[in-house]
Each structure stands twice: as structure tokens, then as C-alpha cells.
Design a protein around this ligand. Structure first.
Ligand SMILES: [Mg+2]
Length: 351
């Protein structure tokens, strides 16, 4: 089987009526890049694999990424056997080495990798999780519902809705101007969801080490399950210091790129929960390798975002959560979990 075409499309989303906000960024719009890879085996039917990459902001990025994939990466994929996914991945890293394989290049490499895995699933008529040797048939999910621009009063019905959809864990943003405001947010959500559900907090990289220590000691007193991105994502030494000094779990990884950056996190014992993003970390292949490495270090894995990641989480013995938002109206989880889909490739659950 040979890849015959790589098609790239992008779109820019209209501005959000009410931008959402975390402690670092205002997410006011964004866009999507879609990759479609076609392959053919002699005269047999054509097979297609697809992926998409979303941007919460950066209006020019979808166009730049589409061009990078189309002009630089795609020519190296056309003519290749789509089943040689790790070979293609290594070739693309080599190709982009001169200007940097991480950052936007790796978003492109990831998009191609995910589309190739989807294509393999389509060709074999199996969901990707079944090709990987799954560890489970359902995946616990948590709801990220507490954006920082939501007031304390707004947070309560939001958390209530997540609980009513069957989530057993929710996450809220912290990193408000004062610790008191963070505490009010956490207490309001805790009051709403009761003592049994897990509650995670996410600071989106904004603290210094001293501030993260002061706030982290309070968050852990309040029983929060993990403290996500307390520091800049590339401050692995700082994260290691926090992991050492705080009792609560330190989580990071959504802004790390490639398995070797993750190796550094693990070697420094900088995280208790690692959170790769399928778009940025390097695609399905890279995420599976990161998970295996994390497992060897005794580090739990929780995806940043969901979607196709669900299939990979199913195959990771150390996966504890998939990140989700609300479910569509009328849908609920099963025992706090998303059942794995049966359709071929990277199909998503029916909801
Ligand atoms: Mg986060």
C-alpha cells in the first residue's frame, strides 16, 4: 500500500461572543487544520485517514500550519507505505531538524501521524484501540468546566451540570489575582459537587515557584486532586522543586513537545501526572511512547483534551483520565467512563 495524496484544509473560526479565559490566555476564536491522507494498494479500493488540529487562538497559525504540512511534510509522505508509521515519523523529524522539529512543525508531524493511524484502522476495518492491545474497554473522563472568566456564581450550575452527566471529577481554573479568589472558586465547586467527586485545579503556567508553593499548600488543604501547570511548562527544574515540597500531585505536559522533553520531566521526578496533548506532543506514535516511558517511572497519564486520544488512553496501563468538556444534551457517562467506540479508525463515541 502506498500513500497517493495528502490534502490539507484550514478554516478560521469567527470570534467568540464571550471569549473564555484561563490565567495565561484569552481564547477568543482560533481555527482548525484538517489533514486527509489517501492510500491505495495496487488496483484495490482507496483508503482514507483523517485528522484535525484545533487552535484556541492565534488567528494566522492555521494558515501557516497548513502551508507547512502541504509544502514541506506532505511530499515526504507521498509514495510511502502508510503502515510504516514510525519510519515516516522519524523521516519528518529529520526533515524539520534544521529549523526545529518542535513547535509548529510538530503540530504538522502530529496531524500526519494521527491521520496515518486512522488510515491503518480504516484499512483493517478496526478501531485503533483494538490494534494497540487495549488495557481497558472504557476510559474514566473528567470535565474541564471552570474557565477563569466564570464568576463563582456561574461556576455552581456548571459543576452541577457536569455531575448530572455522570462525571466523577471536574477541573477549574485557578491563578486569579488573589489566592482568596481561587479559594472561593474551589469552595463553591466543592459545595456543589459534594465530598466524593475529585476536583482538579489548573493554573496555566502563571506562577513563580514561591507563589506556587504558597497557593499549592492551600489547594492541597482543600483536598484538590492535582495542581496543573503551576509554572511555565519548560521550567522542569521548578516543577521538580514543587513536586518535592508539596504533597499534592503536580501535573504538566500539555505544552511539552516530543518524547525527549518528557524524558527530562520524568528523570527529574517533576510530575506525578503527565498530560500530553495529541497535537503538540507528536501524534499518536509519540504519545504511546511517552506513556510507556511514564509508566516505567511510575507516572500517571491524563490526556490534555480528548477526541482521538481516547483510543490511545485505552492502551495505556497508567492512564487515569481523559479530559472532556460537557457532553451533548441528554448524554451521560457510564460509571464516570466513556465506552470505547466500535467504528474503524479514530472514530469518536456516538455522542
Ligand atoms: Mg491545562
Amino acid at each position: 500500500m502506498k500513500v497517493t495524496a495528502v490534502d490539507v484544509q484550514y478554516e478560521v473560526a469567527p470570534p467568540r461572543e464571550r471569549p473564555i479565559r484561563d490565567a495565561l490566555q484569552t481564547l477568543d476564536g482560533g481555527g482548525t487544520v484538517r489533514v486527509q491522507i489517501e492510500a491505495q494498494d495496487g488496483l484495490a479500493d482507496r483508503v482514507t485517514g483523517r485528522s484535525s488540529t484545533g487552535f484556541g487562538r492565534l488567528r494566522a497559525a492555521p494558515a501557516v500550519l497548513a502551508q507547512l504540512i502541504e509544502q514541506e511534510l506532505a511530499p515526504a509522505v507521498i509514495g510511502q507505505d502508510p503502515f510504516l508509521i514510525r519510519g515516516i515519523r522519524d523521516r519528518l523529524w529529520q526533515l524539520t531538524d534544521y529549523h526545529g522539529s518542535t513547535g509548529l512543525s510538530l503540530l504538522g508531524i502530529s496531524a500526519i501521524d494521527v491521520a496515518l493511524w486512522d488510515l491503518v484502522g480504516q484499512a483493517l476495518r478496526q478501531p485503533v484501540w483494538r490494534l494497540l492491545g487495549a488495557a481497558r474497554d472504557r476510559m474514566p473522563a473528567y470535565a474541564m468546566v471552570g474557565w477563569l472568566n466564570f464568576s463563582v456564581e456561574e461556576l455552581k450550575p456548571i459543576a452541577e451540570r457536569a455531575a448530572s452527566q455522570g462525571f466523577k471529577a471536574v477541573k477549574v481554573k485557578v491563578g486569579s489575582p488573589t489566592l482568596e479568589e481561587d479559594v472561593a472558586r474551589i469552595q463553591a465547586v466543592r459545595q456543589t459537587i459534594g465530598p466524593e467527586m475529585k476536583l482538579m485545579v489548573d493554573a496555566n503556567q502563571v506562577f513563580s515557584v514561591p507563589e506556587a508553593l504558597i497557593r499549592g499548600r492551600v489547594y492541597q488543604e482543600l483536598g484538590c486532586f492535582w495542581f496543573e501547570e503551576p509554572l511555565r511548562a519548560d521550567d522542569h527544574a521548578g516543577l521538580a522543586e514543587l513536586a518535592d515540597k508539596l504533597d499534592m500531585r503536580i501535573a504538566s505536559g500539555e505544552n511539552d513537545f516530543g518524547v525527549r522533553q518528557f524524558r527530562d520531566l520524568f528523570q527529574r521526578r517533576a510530575v506525578d501526572v503527565v498530560q500530553p496533548d495529541l497535537r503538540r506532543a507528536g501524534g499518536a506514535t509519540e504519545c504511546l511512547e511517552i506513556a510507556a516511558l511514564a509508566n516505567a517511572f511510575g507516572v500517571a497519564y491524563a490526556s490534555h483534551g480528548g477526541g482521538a486520544h481516547l483510543h490511545l488512553l485505552a492502551a495505556m496501563p497508567n492512564a487515569i483520565y481523559m479530559e472532556s468538556g460537557y457532553l451533548p444534551q441528554g448524554r451521560t457517562l457510564v460509571d464516570g467512563c466513556i465506552p470505547l467506540p466500535e467504528a474503524p479508525g479514530f472514530s469518536q463515541p456516538e455522542w
